[in-house]
Design a protein around this ligand. Structure first.
Ligand SMILES: Cc1cc2nc3c(=O)[nH]c(=O)nc-3n(C[C@H](O)[C@H](O)[C@H](O)COP(=O)(O)OP(=O)(O)OC[C@H]3O[C@@H](n4cnc5c(N)ncnc54)[C@H](O)[C@@H]3O)c2cc1C
Length: 219
């Protein structure tokens, strides 16, 4: 798909004959598959080195889909029938890899989008990326008519600014860096928030011999 969609006019400027999709998570993959079905070529850019980087790098070990599988599958490809109602993160990742392969989606990895700018004079978008792999500060400008932003809602961890936190001697981490309660065996852990992640992390801490406490802002 990528080869069909773009022609590189010079090293750092790429004309894309279709939309540029920012993000190779589930949303970006689904958009690329739909466009492919309609015969519209596109280029998918991701700053990570693989698809679905959130699920690969920034989720805990015991994670299963929080919603039943029928609500999480992408267009045109149901989950394999043998998958449980709540697939594990590894099953979800394998599904996403099969999805990308089935629809011929080959994102350009290590391309961190720095800016997207619409040029009203020529009616085109300029999408500027930094090549993170090359470590050379090399930037590329993708020129296209449409941009699809599929960069996710959890791209940046948010740690609230809690007064006195800088004096706390223990470890402080966001759930995106949490892997397993094993790392906290025998320790007291304060979990801030009781959404899906807070609840599941607390359960995991209990199961792994840590002692979690939970604080919640509202009832
Ligand atoms: C613990 C947990 C459990 C969840 N459970 C479920 C569930 O059961 N069901 C469900 O449907 N959803 C669930 N979600 C929500 C999750 O956000 C979605 O599953 C899904 O990952 C969202 O897909 P996305 O493509 O919109 O965003 P993401 O998966 O976040 O993908 C965004 C991509 O954009 C890339 N990107 C971001 N910024 C840039 C940039 N500047 N340049 C280039 N690339 C960039 C990132 O590298 C990433 O690969 C869960 C999330 C978490 C954290």
């Amino acid at each position: 798909m990528d080869r069909l969609a773009s022609s590189e006019t010079e090293a750092r400027c790429v004309w894309v004959n279709g939309p540029v999709i920012v993000g190779a998570g589930p949303s970006g993959l689904a958009t690329a598959a739909w466009l492919g079905r309609l015969g519209v070529p596109c280029v998918v850019l991701d700053r990570a080195d693989r698809i679905a980087s959130l699920w690969h790098y920034r989720t805990y070990d015991r994670l299963k889909l929080h919603l039943p599988k029928q609500f999480c599958q992408l267009p045109f490809l149901p989950f394999p029938p043998h998958f449980p109602e709540y697939p594990s993160k590894h099953q979800f990742l394998s599904y996403l890899h099969s999805y990308a392969a089935k629809f011929g989606i080959r994102p350009r990895f290590n391309q961190s989008v720095l800016s997207t700018q619409f040029d009203p004079l020529c009616g085109l978008w300029r999408v500027r990326t930094l090549d993170l792999a090359a470590d050379s500060g090399r930037t590329t400008e993708y020129i296209c008519k449409w941009v699809v932003v599929a960069s996710g809602e959890n791209a940046q961890p948010v740690l609230p600014d809690i007064p006195g936190l800088d004096k706390f001697k223990g470890r402080v981490l966001h759930t995106c860096a949490y892997k397993s309660g094993e790392d906290f065996r025998g320790q007291r852990v304060l979990v801030v928030g009781c959404g899906n992640s807070g609840m599941e992390v607390s359960l995991d801490l209990c199961n792994q011999g840590a002692k979690p406490y939970m604080v919640v802002r509202n009832s």
